[in-house]
Write a protein that binds this ligand. Structure first.
Ligand code: NDP
Length: 311
């Protein structure tokens, strides 16, 4: 198969890129990847995407984006790209089923995955009190008690954000210090709604119809080890994200955290004709709307590249 524009990933960045590329007559091909619709399909209600005054579920929004992309002639393939060769144009990608695709331009929109602790209860209570995005789900915990796991900048930022909504925020921090920058630490430590539980790990969650509390352990593995419970309504993971860049790292320049580096305000990577959009290239904002915006930019960048190179 040969395409002018191969889009890898089907979150807001991938589908928005597809809508723009299709309307620019590039007949894009989208590989959906491991999680069709991306991370939004794991959240419940989206209330902060402009244009949905009543809110929309993550799955409904992604279905609509998919439909919009298909309406203009996008081909959507339910497979995962497992290998690429960007050493010469046209660029080659290999799908899990062995099919090879040649592409004049490639838009990488493979997103990032929030890290989880690996507890069975995180899966059991997914969408029922467990979240990895305070900006997405914090609103549902107004006047309730929540916990944030992690001691980095994200955890501090999320704890502060949640403290404006919730009645109380616990931070569950495994070390005896916060890794976050000084200014973020101070903000957390001076916030009377936030209680930091240092030297503490999560053992499990409990609750009948959703999270009602967490089983914790302090000073794990020492003679001071102590098990205790806290009552909470929401459990927020903020222990980092992992950009999905493994497949591309041989060819594409990444930053020290593994995110794709893009050139200034464009979506250009170090390989001409290969662009990146959404969470895979954004360690900072990670919102559906910013990803969609980057997807739009990537499609415009791809179209300009094709025109400039007479492809
Ligand atoms: P970090 O890697 O900086 O922090 C992760 C935190 O999670 C650490 O406290 C770590 O603990 C903890 N953690 C990791 N794994 C586990 C586990 N299995 N159990 C319990 N705790 C765990 O990630 P962030 O997402 O916070 O930040 C990523 C990058 O983005 C950083 O460079 C950060 O500075 C930047 N950032 C900047 C912001 C800003 O400037 N406004 C906002 C958000 C992020 P430990 O310390 O023990 O390793």
């Amino acid at each position: 198969m040969k395409t002018k524009c191969l889009i890898i990933g089907s979150g807001p960045a991938g589908y928005t890129a597809a809508i723009y590329a299709a309307r620019a007559n590039l007949s894009p091909v989208v590989f959906e990847g491991q999680q069709p619709g991306g991370q939004l399909t794991t959240t419940t209600e989206i209330e902060n995407f402009p244009g949905y005054p009543e809110g929309v579920t993550g799955t409904d929004m992604m279905d609509q984006l998919r439909e919009q992309a298909e309406r203009f002639g996008t081909q959507i393939i339910p497979d995962v790209i497992t290998k690429v060769d960007f050493s010469k144009a046209p660029y080659k990608a290999v799908a899990d089923n062995g099919d090879e695709i040649l592409a004049d331009t490639v838009i990488i929109a493979t997103g990032a995955s929030a890290k989880y602790l690996g507890l069975d209860d995180e899966t059991k209570y997914a969408g029922m009190g467990v979240s990895a995005c305070a900006t997405c789900d914090g609103f549902f915990y107004r006047k309730k008690v929540v916990a944030v796991v992690g001691g980095g900048d994200t955890a501090c930022e999320e704890a502060n954000y949640l403290s404006n909504l919730a009645s109380k925020v616990y931070m569950i921090v495994r070390k005896d210090y916060l890794r976050a920058s000084k200014v973020m630490q101070e903000r957390v430590l001076n916030n009377e709604k936030i209680e930091v539980l240092f030297n503490t790990n999560t053992v499990g969650l409990f609750g009948e119809n959703g999270v009602e509390g967490a089983h914790l352990v302090r000073f794990k593995g020492t003679d001071k080890e102590e098990l205790f419970d806290i009552n909470i309504d929401g459990f927020f993971l903020a222990i980092g994200h992992k950009p999905n860049t493994e497949v591309f790292k041989e060819f594409i320049e990444l930053d020290e955290q593994g995110y794709i580096k893009t050139n200034g305000i464009t979506t250009e990577t170090n390989v001409p004709g290969v662009f990146a959009a959404g969470d895979v290239a954004d360690p900072s904002y990670r919102q559906a709307i910013t990803s969609a915006g980057m997807g739009c930019k990537a499609a415009i960048d791809a179209e300009r590249y094709i025109t400039a190179n007479n492809l």
